[in-house]
Design a protein around this ligand. Structure first.
Ligand code: KG4
Ligand code: ZN
Length: 340
């Protein structure tokens, strides 16, 4: 279909990572990310600081992505950028930069929905990673999102479940904060969970209708549980940290897999894909594997560098939209609340 050489630059700046990637046809040539360490001191992303850091990072990150890919600006076929959802101040930096670059080079500009990109990251050509067949279910789980999406085609997606309060990554991070762990706490909880007993402590699961999620109640339950136990034993956390982490992770994975099972049953779809930073979690990976033998699922987990926020996923959407000639104009605006 395309004997041409299509080179797309992808730019991502929706939250606290400034990222740029170059894709040649379907294959990633470079994928550069500048993480913003500054937020660790605050235990969460500070929007104003994120926006300022994006402004400092964007030129060197794009420059590095082009250099690493061995591609010059003049070879680019189009510039793709994250239009939303995300933090307005952060999105504006990537949007303005992409607009000026495309204008200066006189090439098409492509706007990308960040949530669609997390899902379409599965369509990057990568040895050892299969692309899910349509229709499939995608569960996007990260610090900012928790959704189950029915994917009928590349750009025909339907959100069939989502969180009504906190995202699942926040559930990990906020629980970790209560335990005195650093930010983000997800990876540390995962590590400790492997050494603990998941049945040691019981936390009740929220009752939410349909395929939606809720995580704010869990955070409160953990807070009260810790306050109560620490009153009896001031060393409770230190003495039981691995068991507490294992029990929290077990509860969170249970909440996710219950809804995934329900979604698969209701839609009759057994192709299940995950994406977002929390898909690095060993518990959710194991639960998906179990689903293969228990429920006949075929599961898809992208390469790690394409699961957390990155620009390769923006570039692949740019490529797919380029093939459809689905371009935007210089009037396009960032949209912090963009929906799928
Ligand atoms: O996708 P991501 O890098 O950024 C966005 O939030 O968009 O996801 C970051 C989230 C954080 O909440 C972090 O704690 C969580 O992913 N996370 C994990 C693990 N690795 C990262 N949560 C549980 N287990 C992990 N291994
Ligand atoms: Zn994301």
């Amino acid at each position: 279909m395309n004997s041409q050489n299509i080179y797309i630059l992808g730019i991502e700046s929706s939250c606290d990572d400034t990222a740029a990637a170059v894709i040649h046809n379907g294959k990633i040539l470079s994928n550069i990310i500048a993480n913003q360490k500054i937020h660790e001191e605050y235990g969460g992303v500070v929007p104003e600081l994120a926006s300022r850091a994006h402004q400092q990072n964007i030129v060197p990150v794009v420059d590095q992505a082009l250099k690493k890919a061995g591609v010059t600006k003049d070879q680019l076929s189009a510039v793709a950028f994250t239009k939303g959802p995300g933090l307005m101040g952060s999105l504006l930096v990537g949007t303005s930069f992409a607009k000026s670059l495309a204008y200066g080079l006189n090439i098409p500009l492509i706007d990308v929905n960040h949530m669609q990109a997390h899902i379409l990251a599965h369509f990057i050509d990568e040895v050892g990673f299969d692309k899910p067949p349509f229709p499939f279910l995608a569960m996007t789980i990260s610090g900012g999102h928790t959704q189950i999406v029915k994917v009928n085609n590349h750009f025909d997606m339907e959100v069939i479940g989502e969180t009504i309060d906190d995202a699942v990554g926040e559930a990990f991070d906020k629980s970790g904060k209560l335990l005195g762990l650093g930010y983000p706490a997800g990876p540390e909880i995962d590590k400790r969970a492997k050494l603990g007993n998941p049945q040691a402590f019981k936390f009740s699961k929220p009752k939410v209708d349909g395929l939606n999620f809720s995580f704010s109640g869990l955070k409160t339950a953990i807070l009260y549980f810790i306050q109560r136990e620490v009153k009896n034993n001031p060393n409770f956390i230190e003495e039981n940290l691995n068991d507490i982490c294992a029990s929290i992770q077990y509860t969170i994975i249970g909440i996710l897999t219950d809804k995934l099972k329900k979604a698969s049953k209701e839609t009759g779809i057994k192709y299940i894909a995950i994406g977002g930073g929390v898909s690095a979690n060993s518990g959710i990976r194991q639960a998906l594997k179990d689903g293969e033998s228990k429920h006949g699922w075929t599961t898809y987990v992208p390469k790690f560098e394409f699961t957390t926020d990155n620009a390769a996923m923006i570039a692949i959407v740019g490529y797919l939209k380029y093939l459809d000639k689905d371009f935007t104009t210089q009037n396009v605006m960032a949209n912090a609340r963009l929906k799928i």
